[in-house]
Design a protein around this ligand. Structure first.
Ligand code: 48F
Length: 258
């Protein structure tokens, strides 16, 4: 019998590499495992699409964990309750306001469980550093990936690629994928003004309305929508993040089925 150390290592390498090869070509790449990305992942996977979520950190939930100024409660309005029910997330109504309360830990955990149980694959510690594009007609056809540890080390290491029929920028306030596209493919004409100051009620509405395709193959959801269209920020009310994730999933499902 070989040493256990060798058997452990070979089992991890064999299974990880097999899956990385399997997920090197998918229907949808979602960049970011925050609330919008995880919600989109569940609804797309439930619809039968092969979905991979790439998250540069070693955790789920993006901005959920910080709650509102580190308090452990998240707020949603009644519009998001059907999504909470779909994910089996517990909530209750505030004593005084028509707002619904969720523990941030439960929201993070159950959004991730919901996405995974629906069949989405989530890889942690992978940083999306660029996109793949083709001309005539111009289209985004995948992403360029690197280990987050390599990015943090500052070493010069060439990346690898994942091809897909759709890429979703669900990277939050910085809209990192859109920033890259606006800088590196100027001919697509994307400019990124960044979000505006707080106006929660307005922002909750328009973020969902403006969710969708940016250019063929590239979609935007969550706070990245606000960065793209200079919409106000809304703070720790998360209805529009969940609704935006669901909406982008519906739009992509419709586009890919054509
Ligand atoms: O920031 P994040 O939670 O985005 P979101 O889904 O939700 C925004 C809210 O959390 C909150 C808010 C709502 O009221 O204002 O901020 O729009 O999650 C984005 C995730 O993307 C990851 C990042 O680590 C985070 O978990 N991410 C960002 N850039 C990259 C990335 C990248 N280049 N590659 C991989 N992951």
């Amino acid at each position: 019998m070989k040493e256990l150390e060798l058997r452990i290592s070979r089992a991890i390498l064999r299974n990880s590499v097999r899956e990385l090869i399997e997920y090197s070509d998918v229907d949808v790449v979602i960049v970011g495992a925050g609330p919008s990305g995880l919600t989109a992942a569940r609804y797309l996977a439930m619809n039968g699409f092969r979905v991979v979520v790439l998250e540069r950190r070693l955790s789920f939930g993006g901005g959920i964990g910080g709650g509102g100024m580190l308090f452990h409660k998240i707020v949603v309005s009644s519009e998001a309750l059907p999504i909470l029910n779909d994910f089996d997330i517990k909530y209750y109504r505030d004593d005084e306001e028509d707002l619904y309360m969720i523990d941030s830990s439960e929201l993070m955990a159950k959004l991730a469980v919901g996405a995974i149980n629906a069949g989405a694959k989530i890889f942690h510690g992978i940083h999306v550093e660029d996109v793949i594009y083709r001309e005539n007609p111009l289209r985004i056809t995948g992403v360029v990936i690197q280990w987050s540890a390599v990015v943090m080390s500052g070493l010069h290491v060439d990346p690898l690629f994942i091809t897909s029929r759709a890429v979703v920028d669900a990277t939050g306030h910085d809209a990192e994928v859109l920033q890259i596209v606006s800088r590196k493919i100027p001919e697509v004409g994307i400019s990124l003004p960044g979000e505006s100051s707080a106006y929660s009620e307005l922002s909750e509405k328009i973020v969902v309305e403006k969710t969708g395709m940016v250019i063929p193959g590239l979609y935007v959801a969550g706070m990245a929508v606000a960065a793209l269209y200079k919409l106000p920020r809304m703070g720790p009310i998360f209805s529009s993040m969940l609704l935006s994730g669901k909406r982008v999933a519906e739009i992509i499902a419709n586009d890919l089925k054509k």
